[in-house]
Design a protein around this ligand. Structure first.
Ligand code: ADP
Ligand code: MG
Length: 535
């Protein structure tokens, strides 16, 4: 720091660059980082499982999000600690890869950090801890593979898929309707899935929501949904075997340009102009009819006169349809978007088995259903609910369920949920620790203990005694050597997760362990944190 004076003799202080930075080194850096990571994990811990709590987050402009989904909660939280951001990133990568298990992965990472802190206090070098964790995670992932089970399903027999999706939905606000929502998710995925290639293109599933009605009214539409209605109330509300012209050009007589001068000084001239305009439009309508269109979908509007004429000539039309929706309609119906009216030809028309307009509630709101489209397998999940927050959370929950169904189509292996898989892994890792002579075995044991934190959190969130419940289940698993026993969160009366039908995907669980280990290793290896100091 130095004191200097400006040209008016006013003193000011020069602070050198380095003085602005704070620096944490060695064990202090690791301790601080671990504390930050643990803090984030602690927030999510209470959200885990079927009895987990929801979080309410208020955005910068007062909008409210209520969610149980780990990735969403962390995304909405305004964290500015760098390590905390890593945890956010961790949850996000689980979301990208798997879609479900975003809370569990953060809880797992938090537990690993907590155990690492204990090992650091014992004087074990962070690199040894990281290596031990790596070995342990490999053991756990292999063990998961061993205890996993395959189940068979096909397009007609998909009960097991529904059960697994129900496990995912049981921890959400929507668990009241988990059966029907899980069925919707599975049917949607099966509709777009390519079972031969074991591939699912989730882009073909659109999730739409509209406030009103109740959650039970949520439906699956084999087609697409457009938030528009027919341009005239007297146009038919239902068109079977529709041939759709998709126009991005104006669908009305050309307007006089301001550059031109039109003098209309007599009634006759006005009449002729009007006639001409009308005739022009009439020809346009005729042209549409000639190519065989039974429905016109336009990007632009047309005025009331044109609307009236369309109704008279019996050509239903929809106006002001957005570009994105137009594209979707074109893809789904196998039609082409027509940018110039002259280019309209029969083969550019899209085909749909049924187009219908449906009105909702007492409001004048109507939506257009375009179903049984010719080309594509695109489907829409249409969510109804009491308010916007509910619909948003339902969208996120459906997303999780869709991802789970997709993962199962890719790989039909499952492990048992309710912490059963974690407890089994914990036992396996603990047993493996004995084989390592080095210092790593402490880290491996610590890893086993960290695995227990998931069932502990589940028990705690369900109002059970965490330690007693865990040790009871663990001893049951050891005694009978069965990896199906987990935490009975819903007080069903049995710990057997097979009986409770609580399944999770194998790849999801493996990914959780791998990702959590990776992040924790990364955090442990940081021994110097340089950051600008706070003002
Ligand atoms: P995540 O975002 O990680 O998926 P969830 O809140 O969905 O978090 O909780 C998932 C955990 O809850 C999993 O460990 C799962 O096995 C467990 N779980 C879900 N349903 C049940 C149930 N009915 N009984 C016991 N555990 C359950
Ligand atoms: Mg879940």
């Amino acid at each position: 720091m130095a004191l200097a004076f400006d040209e008016y003799g006013r003193p000011f202080i020069i602070v050198r660059e380095q003085d602005q930075k704070t620096r944490l080194k060695g064990i202090d850096a690791q301790k601080a980082n671990i504390a930050a990571g643990k803090a984030v994990a602690r927030i999510l811990r209470s959200s885990l499982g079927p009895k987990g709590m929801d979080k309410m987050l208020q955005g910068p402009d007062g909008d409210i999000t209520i969610s149980n989904d780990g990735a969403t909660i962390l995304e909405q939280m305004d964290v500015d600690n760098q390590i905390a951001k890593l945890m956010v990133e961790l949850s996000r990568s689980q979301d990208y890869e798997i879609g479900d298990g975003t809370t569990g992965v953060v809880v797992m990472a938090g537990a690993l950090l907590e155990q690492a802190e204990r090992q650091l206090d014992r004087g074990i070098h962070p690199i040894r801890i990281a290596e031990g964790y790596e070995m342990a995670s490999r053991v756990a992932v292999e063990h998961l593979q061993r205890i996993s089970q395959k189940f068979e399903f096909d397009a007609d027999n998909y009960e097991s898929l529904v059960q697994t999706c129900m496990t995912t939905l049981s921890s959400k606000i929507v668990n009241r309707c988990k059966r029907s929502l899980a069925e919707i998710a599975v049917k949607a995925v099966l509709a777009v899935a390519d079972l031969e290639r074991k591939d699912v293109n989730l882009d073909l599933i659109k999730v739409e929501g509209k406030v009103g009605g109740k959650l039970e009214d949520t439906e699956l539409i084999y087609g697409i949904l457009v938030d528009k209605d027919m341009s005239h109330p007297q146009m038919p509300k239902q068109i079977a075997d529709a041939n759709i012209a998709i126009l991005t050009c104006p669908f009305e007589p050309p307007k006089p340009k301001t550059k031109h001068k039109v003098d209309i000084d007599t009634v006759e001239k006005f009449e002729t102009l009007r006639k001409q305009e009308q005739q022009y439009f009439d020809e346009m309508v005729q042209k549409c009819k000639d190519v065989g269109a039974t429905l016109v979908i336009c990007q632009w509007g047309f005025d009331d006169e044109a609307n009236h004429l369309l109704m008279h000539r019996n050509l239903p039309a929809v106006r002001w349809v957005g570009g994105v929706e137009l594209e979707l309609i074109a893809i789904a119906t196998g039609g082409r978007i027509v940018p110039r009216f002259q280019e309209l030809t029969p083969e550019k028309l899209g085909k749909a088995g049924l187009v219908r307009e449906k009105s909702f509630g007492t409001t004048k709101e109507r939506m257009l259903y375009i179903e049984h489209c010719a080309n594509s397998k695109a489907v829409t999940v249409f969510i109804r609910g009491g308010n916007k927050m509910m619909i948003e959370e339902t969208k996120r929950s459906i997303h999780d369920a869709l991802c789970v169904a997709r993962n199962l189509i890719r790989n039909n292996s499952i492990v048992y949920g309710g912490g059963a898989a974690e407890i089994s892994c914990s036992l396996a890792v603990d047993a493996a620790a004995d084989k390592y002579p080095g210092v790593e075995q402490y880290a491996i044991r610590a890893f086993a203990e960290a695995l227990d934190s998931v069932p502990m959190a589940l028990a705690e969130n369900s109002g059970l005694q965490p330690i007693e419940t865990l040790s009871a289940v663990k001893s049951q698993q050891i005694k009978e050597n069965i990896p199906f026993y987990g935490i009975d969160c819903n007080d069903v009366g049995t710990n057997d997760m097979r009986e409770q039908n609580v399944f999770e995907t194998l790849i999801g669980k493996q990914q959780q362990i791998l990702l959590a280990t990776q992040v924790v290793k990364m955090i442990l290896k940081i021994d110097d944190v340089i950051s600008p100091s706070e003002y």
